[in-house]
Design a protein around this ligand. Sequence first.
Ligand code: NAD
Length: 266
Amino acid sequence: MKKRKWIMNKFALVVKQDDHSHHIAAKIKAALCEGGWTFDLEKAELIICVGGDGTILQAVHQYMDQLQDVQFLGVHTGTLGFLTDYTQNELEEVIQAILTTEPEVYESKLLEITAYGKEVKRYYALNEMRIENVIRTQILEISIDEEPFEICRGSGVCLSTQAGSTAYNRSLRGAVIDSGLSIMQLCEITGIQNSLHRSLNVPYIMTDTRTVAFRSHTFDEATLCYDHLHASLEGIKKVTCRMSNKKVIFSRYRPYSYLKRLKNLY
Ligand code: NAD
């Protein structure tokens, strides 16, 4: 966690599309404007996300080209999330914090995904990238730093960040990674294991300096999923993924307990 001199007074809101979240967002907007802050969609320095972890993901992708200039703060309108710091029951606290406190910042790096076909396409993800094929067995030759690693046969793979370790990765029985570590975690999605074919078959956690490449004789019918978004892989020959220099900056107005969030999961 770092303390950064970054005086902010312009904000924007990204709000989950339900009446309750809009109601909470309207209260925050009115209180901040009354407190001297300016609502400015284009030049905002603080992006307040009202909804859930999915709302933060949406906001990050919305502000992808301005990540170096903005900080994100989440207000959850349900239970506490991993990417959100306050709940709807703490509106007074969050408003007072924004108006009176200089936050610490916590940075979370994004995955950089490159798909090579006739064109080269680039995508970014805070949680994870997945190559998924729900129609037929997807064969993937995986190399790490250009060294052949394994061949996976199944419905695909998920490569997640620390932030994404509690999301799709956890459903694949991947490890939950403590806050503050920067790693990438590779998990198979319903991998086929039999006498003719075996793969590592457990999650592989690697340093964030690695580059993972996925090759296949065909990616047609497979989909590239990155956070809540997706793209077709038709005509693609190779997909690579590494940790990008792009990062999401979260405002932390008070101590963050990762354990408290973990305990909420079960
Ligand atoms: P969504 O509406 O499908 O919700 C998925 C759930 O994952 C929500 O409860 C969301 O709050 C939660 N979530 C998102 N990021 C999280 C994180 N970092 N830690 C813990 N929980 C998290 O989709 P959404 O809200 O737009 O979120 C997209 C994310 O959903 C994807 O990045 C993926 O990780 C996750 N997802 C998980 C599964 C699964 O576990 N089988 C399936 C689809 C999507």
